[in-house]
Design a protein around this ligand. Structure first.
Ligand code: ATP
Ligand code: MG
Length: 430
């Protein structure tokens, strides 16, 4: 992509109303714009981040056996009357009346809808277990939308729903999802810790929240330093992995257990703040019973399936990652989800050799690079590339270009390398 022809409206000034770094940087790097309180437009570079996060989520969900579908944002109130949550949900639910005076709502979550879909189509024990998810916009009329996309009113969520025949099956699904989540966060390039959590509006009795550590997080978190070395890809089995994740201490302030905490050696105690980027729940027959979803068992009896739900805040993640990965100069994107893997900075637009090198690199790197081909001072190009946080900067100027050399800068470490064009390309693509 050529920067001269892109809508990446960076800001030099710090927006006055943004209280935390990720919000300021998302506005300054031209990723999002607020359209109404808690409602954001995702500009081209921001959308690329959302899409890259979603792609990793999809791959890991598929690997764990979940199927993708797409449910609508608007739901009928009648569905929610069946489960009893229409009244219970309160003011966070955006309620809408259509021209025929029918009550609708903008979905804050989808347990009722997926249960209704399953109830209509799945009749026999032979058709279970199944695990279904979608990535769709949600609306929750938060009292205090704040921190940009971290607490929006409209936000993008991956929400998945497991249906099993019995408790053992549902628990296995829960464990598989915990592993899939840890793999997802690991691939994205961040550390998220699963913590025992309350179940809130969704209900049920087993739940974990996944927290990214950041001083601006809304939850107080307590955990054992053993989590800092976690590598879920090394897990021998789902069972062993789950055992490990749930025996090492980690809890949010709501679930903090002082007696258990006292048993941890002082040098391993970690206390801080976390941003919740996902949550998983096991809640048994809560929705299958209230909405009368049964399948026929092997012996002909009716079985209410055991359910769980599995959420990841895709749009919140974009902000939370920046909260965890930035410095004074700007964002430091993890490679896997950066809007662009590399930026090419042409320091002398119009110099034949420099233009040639940049043009060739742009062609070879394709859509995943941003070519700063603007008539701008070098200093401005450096500052904007640092602000946008591309993992790699390929800097080309006439002096190096005369010998076929460019400078390669790694954003995360600040390391710089003088390389031939081919070597720079190989390093960026490796
Ligand atoms: P919170 O406690 O932060 O209000 P929640 O526990 O109500 O969130 P869940 O129902 O667990 O949210 O939703 C799953 C995920 O969706 C959360 O882990 C979070 O990442 C994301 N999410 C929830 N509310 C918002 C919001 N207002 N803005 C952005 N993302 C959100
Ligand atoms: Mg939650």
């Amino acid at each position: 992509m050529r920067l001269s022809q892109s809508l990446i409206p960076t800001l030099k000034e710090t927006p006055a109303d943004a209280q935390i770094a990720s919000h300021r940087l998302m506005l300054r790097a031209g990723l999002v714009r607020q359209m109404a309180s808690g409602i954001y437009a995702w500009l081209p570079a921001g959308l690329r981040v959302l899409n890259k996060i979603s792609a990793i989520v999809r791959e890991e969900q598929a690997a764990a056996g979940a199927q993708e579908l797409l449910m609508p944002t608007i739901q009928s109130a009648d569905l929610w009357r069946e489960s009893g949550r229409y009244e219970a949900y309160g003011k966070e639910m955006l309620r809408i009346t259509d021209r025929h005076e029918r009550d609708l709502l903008y979905g804050p979550t989808n347990e009722e809808m997926i249960t209704a879909i399953m109830r209509e189509s799945v009749k026999s024990y032979r058709e279970l277990p199944q695990n279904l998810y979608h990535i769709q916009w949600k609306f929750r009329d938060e009292v205090r939308p704040r921190f940009g996309v971290l607490r929006g009113r409209e936000f993008l969520m991956k929400d998945g729903y497991g249906f099993d025949l019995d408790y053992a099956g549902a628990l296995l699904t829960y464990k598989k999802m915990m592993l899939a989540y840890m793999r997802t966060f690991q691939r994205i390039g961040i550390t998220a810790i699963p913590m025992r959590a309350d179940t809130g509006q969704i209900g049920g009795d087993l739940s974990h929240e996944f927290h990214i550590l950041a001083p601006t997080g809304e939850s107080g978190v307590f955990y054992d330093a053993a989590f800092e070395a976690g590598d879920p890809s090394a897990a021998a089995s789902v069972e062993a992995f789950y055992e490990q994740m749930t025996t090492i201490y980690a809890a949010t302030d709501e679930k903090h257990d002082l007696a258990a905490w006292e048993k941890i050696p002082a040098e391993r105690k970690r206390e801080g703040r976390g941003i919740e980027v996902g949550q998983i729940f096991y809640f048994g027959k809560k929705y299958s019973e209230s909405m009368n979803f049964t399948v026929t068992g092997q012996d002909g009896t009716k079985i209410f399936p055991e359910m769980g739900s599995y959420g990841i805040g895709v749009s919140r993640l974009a902000g939370a990652i920046i909260e965890a990965c930035h410095d004074e100069a700007g964002i430091i994107w993890p490679d896997a989800i950066a809007p662009f893997r590399a930026a090419i900075l042409n320091l002398r637009q119009g110099d034949a050799a420099t233009d040639k090198i940049c043009g060739d690199l742009h062609e070879k790197l394709g859509q995943d690079c941003l070519y700063d081909d603007r008539e701008e001072r070098a200093g401005a190009k450096f500052a904007e590339a640092d602000l946008m946080g591309h993992p790699w900067q390929i800097i080309a100027g006439p002096r190096g270009a005369a010998n076929g050399q460019v400078e390669l800068k790694r954003r995360a470490t600040g390391e710089r390398f003088e390389l031939s064009v081919a070597d720079a390309l190989a390093k960026v693509l490796s």
